[in-house]
Design a binder for this molecule. Structure first.
Ligand code: ACO
Length: 376
């Protein structure tokens, strides 16, 4: 291998592309620090509103500041009729993430200030999309089940209202706590693929919405956020705990990747997965339905014994969201609807210290070919 080839970092593995004060991961400890706080400290103690404020303004809100911010989010939840029309007229076989991507793009195309790149206006857009994306996702879920969307209730907090829009009923406290913690755990994760996609778009000085649409496109993929839907499908394919070990061993012998396992940065364990495993166990008990948790546990053990590969955030989160009533193909949409908070923080940071993101490629193609015109 030449010195030049040695410089290629396939998948940009380990490359530091920019400075950031938002979050950092240490895969060896393992730990995830967000705005100075260990995720294990804040996952179950912060509301989604507090987490979003922390991401956007770098500090935790208290008292009136938190109340005002929560009210602002609640006041922006309604989605325009044009977006509802798109949700109800898009072909039913469309991928729910493609529909979410289209809905967000339409909100952007309808914003007369879409190309205002100032901090103030980008914050306005961030808060607006953070408030609206759950309304879109809950409406998608209900339309998919042949039900009418439920209008947001401004008297409810962000997470409670999200579940209310999904089911039409106020959630019980155990479900609400599990959901809120899941939203907080997913809200931000350093330079993951979708966040990087957002920053690449900002790097060209394109607008906030174009950046978020790129993020949605990236997180849709099965190697990223799309893995949550696939993890739940895998548990269903396995069918019962006793079949987990042979399922995993057969898949590995066929060189298949198993969804919900592995991570580029965490090799010794994803701290979010540990929290979500506890939540999945609690939800299984409270819903009296432990089969998915038992299957997941058996498959985790089989994977550990065979390849020592860790479950990532999506593995047990799939069970939590499924128990909460989200359909199999809607879970990535939920992830995108909370990651908007982290994307927004990165978008603001990128605008404030921007340089066009433009790496190089090691050319492996031909040279010296001659084109012969057809006229000769
Ligand atoms: N199933 C089976 N084997 C795996 C898995 C898996 N899920 N993940 C990694 N491996 C194996 C690889 O085959 C490779 O083995 P080898 O050295 O024998 O060839 C080794 O572990 C290293 O894996 P890489 O592919 O080099 O890891 P990379 O950092 O490129 O990929 C990724 C990370 C994409 C997350 C990968 O683990 C994967 O495909 N996982 C399944 C999809 C998934 O769950 N994605 C969600 C990630 S978290 C998130 O984005 C929300």
């Amino acid at each position: 291998m030449t010195a030049e080839q040695n410089q290629v970092k396939l998948g940009l593995d380990g490359i530091l592309a920019f400075e950031s004060s938002i979050a950092t991961i240490d895969g060896n400890i393992p730990e995830l620090i967000i705005r100075g706080y260990d995720i294990k400290e804040i996952a179950s103690s912060l509301s989604f509103e507090e987490m979003t404020y922390l991401l956007l303004y770098s500090t935790l809100p208290t008292g009136d500041i938190l109340n005002d911010f929560s009210e602002e989010l609640a006041s922006l939840r309604d989605i325009p009729s044009s977006v509802l029309h798109v949700l109800s007229t898009t072909p039913t076989e469309a991928h729910p993430m493609a529909v979410l991507r289209t809905a967000v793009s339409l909100i952007g195309a309808s914003d007369p200030n879409a190309d205002d790149l100032t901090d103030d206006d980008n914050l306005r857009k961030a808060i607006n999309l953070t408030a609206k994306m759950p309304t879109i996702v809950a409406a998608q879920s209900r339309i998919q089940s042949g039900k009418d969307p439920v209008s947001p209730n401004p008297a409810l907090g962000h997470s409670e209202n999200y579940l209310y829009m999904l089911t039409g009923e106020k959630p019980d406290p155990v479900d609400l706590k599990a959901f809120e913690t899941t939203l907080v755990l997913y809200a931000e994760h350093e330079t993951n693929a979708s966040t990087f996609a957002c920053r690449v778009v900002v790097g060209t000085l394109s607008d906030f919405y174009s950046s978020v649409v790129a993020g949605i496109g990236a997180i849709k993929g099965p190697l990223h956020g799309g893995a949550i839907d696939d993890a739940m499908r895998m548990f269903m394919d396995i069918g019962s705990p006793d079949k987990a070990k042979p399922y995993v061993e057969t898949a590995l012998s066929n060189k298949q990747k198993l969804s919900g396992f592995g991570h580029r940065v965490y090799r010794a364990g994803d701290p979010r997965a540990a929290e979500l495993k506890d939540l999945a166990r609690e939800m299984s008990t409270s819903h009296g339905d432990s089969q998915w948790y038992e299957i997941a546990q058996e498959a985790e053990q089989a994977m550990k014994n065979s390849k020592n590969i860790i479950p990532n955030v999506d593995y047990y989160a799939a069970i939590v969201l499924y128990q909460l009533g989200f359909q199999l193909n809607m879970m990535t949409n939920v992830v995108a609807s909370t990651r908007i908070a982290g994307w927004s923080a990165h978008i603001l940071e990128q605008y404030n210290n921007n340089r066009l993101i433009r790496p190089r490629a090691l050319y492996t193609g031909a040279r010296g070919k001659k084109h012969k015109s057809q006229n000769h």
